[in-house]
Design a protein. Structure first.
Length: 499
């Protein structure tokens, strides 16, 4: 019996691959392969880019009101079919269905923001800047742009990119993760049903062959990426060396500082929720708890007491609160940090390998794990684990906690838990991170702000979606205009003056 294939989407239709190369797609809850995904050749990427290039003039010439109307229809259809999208996410990524529904909801926010594109692209106008001269600014689309997206948010991250890109008048080529590519075709179907012209949105499935061709292709003007830091650096350096505009969001090591005056129960709830949601496979997950002073012992006890109560299972089961990891290889890599932590002096207060599903299931399950007495030289602290493993680094005072956060090479997000407004304000002033939560453990900005970190968590100057997303997908142009009386025209070789 032939395995069901997940193919490319080019020019408004599903396009089976021709390279002969494919990869497996699994249901992480069962460990069974469910699909094969086509891997694009260089020629197939070129075909998608050429299709997007041909569609660009017509889409760029489409009025802002028409583009906005299509975005509103996309929003409505995505809302109607959010469960369809979420089901594919759960079946191929493993996150529980309620979490997948939340992912679609956050993606919807970005579509809603992009619906306001007539307002977002308004320029400025100065009358009579010089005698008889008016000056005004406009922003115009770039052309063909591409998005390379990660396995952990197969719907939300593409929506971060494509909503702003196509609203601004660009055409788009998406290269989703090969681990869970099914959502890309569901999104393509929704966009087509909403009236988006063929060729404006295209999907090429694949591996590094497709990625490298996107980075080198002369007709792609800009590339957006979300993934690990080593790959983000490669994307940024390769893309910019080929003259492209690039925003590449990398890895994270998000700290949650807990001051002695914090509400222990609230902080423990937040720590468990943010560290273990989606099996820890979120770039904004809290992976390090930083208790200050005497709060450490009661906080660790409160966190440990909550772990056995979290229900782990198939994400399609309504009782499940955490599902499996995305692949067996990734699960095993994450579990390896428990051994290295113990060998390097840490205390494994909860070992996820003791969970029944880790021992007996064919799925890629790992129970909730907690490592106490972690120091910055341990592997579990230095590396981005990206799984259900929470580390505790105890500190003596605020200054030591702040120094720990700021010395870390990542600067994606951070949080502080306290009842002291002055301490919270000082922390957001002092800390070197792009997104800060005050008694909020996962400070992902709403759709009308922008998402992005600092340091090794971002390569490029522009954050993603929101106002900076519109800026990234457009370029500015300034027009200086005069409609003079021909009788006043004369030769003047001097430098133009504004008088």
């Amino acid at each position: 019996m032939a395995m069901e294939r997940i193919s490319h989407y080019i020019g408004g239709k599903v396009t089976p691959g021709e390279s002969g190369r494919t990869g497996p797609v699994y249901n992480p809850a069962t460990g069974a392969q469910t699909h094969e995904v086509d891997f694009a050749s260089v020629e197939e990427v070129d075909r998608a880019v050429e299709t997007a290039k041909e569609a660009f003039p017509g889409w760029r010439g489409t009025s802002l009101s028409k583009r906005s109307d299509i975005l509103f229809r996309i929003r409505e259809l995505l809302d109607e079919r959010r469960r369809d999208v979420a089901t594919v996410l759960t079946e191929q990524h493993g996150k529980v269905l309620s979490d997948a529904m939340g992912e679609v909801a956050r993606g919807l926010e970005n579509v809603e923001f992009a619906c306001g594109i007539p307002h977002l692209l308004k320029g400025g106008f100065t009358e009579q800047a010089s005698t008889g001269v008016d000056v005004y600014s406009i922003r115009q689309p770039l052309g063909v742009v591409a998005g390379i997206t990660p396995f952990n948010f197969p719907a939300m991250v593409p929506l971060w990119m494509l909503a702003a890109a196509i609203a601004s008048g660009n055409t788009f080529v998406l290269k989703p993760s090969e681990k869970d590519p099914g959502a890309s075709l569901v999104l393509a179907e929704i966009l087509k049903d909403a009236g988006l012209p063929d060729g404006v949105f295209n999907v090429v499935q694949g591996d590094r062959v497709a990625v490298d061709r996107i980075l080198e292709h002369p007709d792609i003007e800009a590339v957006s990426f979300v993934g690990s830091t080593p790959v983000a650096r490669h994307i940024y350096e390769t893309g910019t060396s080929h003259g492209k505009r690039v925003q590449a969001l990398g890895g994270a090591k998000n700290h949650m500082v807990v001051l002695p005056d914090a509400d222990i129960e609230m902080a423990a709830d937040a720590a468990v929720s943010s560290a273990y949601g989606s099996a820890g496979e979120r770039c904004m997950a809290i992976s390090v708890i930083v208790p200050v002073g005497d709060v450490a012992e009661p906080l660790v006890e409160a966190i440990a007491a909550r772990l056995p109560k979290v229900k782990i299972g198939d994400g399609m089961e309504s009782t499940s609160e955490m599902g499996p990891l995305v692949t067996r290889e990734h699960r095993d890599r994450v579990a390896g940090y428990l051994d290295s932590a113990r060998e390097q002096g840490g205390t494994v207060a909860a070992d996820g390998r003791e969970h029944e599903l880790y021992r007996s299931s064919d799925g890629f399950f790992l129970g909730l794990s907690l490592i106490d007495h972690v120091t910055p030289d341990m592997d579990c602290y230095r590396d981005e684990i990206f799984g259900p493993v929470l580390s505790v680094v105890r500190t003596h005072d605020y200054e030591e906690a702040l120094r720990l956060v700021n010395d870390n090479p990542y600067g994606n997000g951070t949080a502080i838990f306290t009842r002291d407004g002055g301490a919270a304000r000082q922390f957001q002033f002092d800390v070197d991170a792009g997104m800060v939560g005050v008694n909020v453990p996962i400070p992902v900005p709403v759709g009308y702000y922008s998402f992005g970190g600092w340091k090794r968590s971002l390569f490029g100057d522009t954050h993603m979606y929101g106002p900076e997303g519109i800026h990234f997908y457009t370029r500015g142009k300034v027009v200086t205009a005069r409609w003079p009386d021909p009788s006043t025209s004369q030769v003047d070789l001097g430098f133009p003056r504004t008088r």
